[in-house]
Design a protein around this ligand. Structure first.
Ligand SMILES: CC(=O)[C@@H](O)[C@H](O)COP(=O)(O)O
Ligand SMILES: NCC(=O)COP(=O)(O)O
Length: 245
């Protein structure tokens, strides 16, 4: 198990601010470059079907300038598959998407339609794109993701992040820990993310099996007050302290 842990900076909500006024700024591509300079290990962005934040042109621009790697989050649609094959990100994370949701509400249900999921995983993997499944901390789901040939999972930490009290949070943390241990025992690369913040990241970062955390909303929010560089440096310091402590 690695003593270090990677930070994927999700730049979606830079685009949210831009789109709120229909301006050309702030530019997600500039955020990606600044994030890399501040120590981001990769850049994550979610091209939603409704294009509510990141747009096609953002993905193209970011892909052209990235020095680290791109983790493109996408739903399982033919349109998104064609985009991924065209853009060739280093990583794709397959996520569920519902038009009316405010944010991603859960992991991809690979048990519900394994043949459909398997075809996307296989096509992306055959194109040399490492494919991850955004997944709930659930053994049966993780087992199926593994059987379908996904080399990576990203455990959805939303329920942990949204826990209403300490007891609930501890129980969700245990689920994430057990899922990470189980997935690593299958040989999967284990990432995690969603809803992570400065006040809840350390317990997740301390899980030795987890290689990478993808964080967006909290970082972009904090950057309004301290700047993107400081927001990233502070988050990385918390993550690394938890991993080493
Ligand atoms: C897939 C996922 O985890 C989401 O967090 C996403 O990357 C952030 O974008 P939304 O806020 O639009 O859900
Ligand atoms: N996959 C999770 C992600 O990229 C960022 O989620 P959030 O920190 O914006 O909730």
């Amino acid at each position: 198990m690695s003593r270090s842990i990677l930070l994927g900076v999700n730049i979606d909500h830079v685009a949210t601010v831009r789109n709120a006024r229909g301006t050309l700024y702030p530019q997600p591509v500039l955020a990606a470059q600044l994030a890399e300079q501040a120590g981001a290990d990769l850049i994550t962005l979610h091209l939603r079907e409704d294009r509510r934040h990141i747009r096609d042109e953002d993905v193209r621009l970011v892909r052209a300038v990235l020095q680290t790697r791109m983790n493109l989050e996408m739903a399982l649609t033919e349109e998104m598959l064609a985009h991924a094959l065209d853009i060739q990100p280093q990583d794709v994370c397959l996520v569920p998407e519902h038009r009316a949701e405010v944010t991603t509400e859960g992991g991809l249900d690979v048990l519900a339609n394994p043949a459909h999921c398997g075809r996307y995983i296989q096509t992306l993997q055959d194109a040399g794109i490492r494919t991850s499944i955004f997944i709930d901390p659930d053994h049966a789901q993780i087992k199926m993701a593994h059987e379908l040939g996904a080399p990576v999972i990203e455990i959805h930490t939303g329920r942990y992040a949204d826990a209403k009290n300490r007891v609930e949070q501890q129980s969700e943390l245990e689920r994430v820990k057990e899922a990470a241990t189980y997935a690593a025992s299958l040989g999967l690369v284990v990432n995690a993310g969603h809803g992570l913040h400065y006040h809840n990241v350390q317990a997740i970062a301390a899980i030795a099996e987890i290689e990478e955390l993808n964080i967006g909303h909290a970082l972009i929010s904090h950057s309004i007050f301290v700047g993107l560089k400081t927001a990233i440096v502070e988050m990385k310091a918390l993550m690394q302290a938890a991993r080493c402590g």
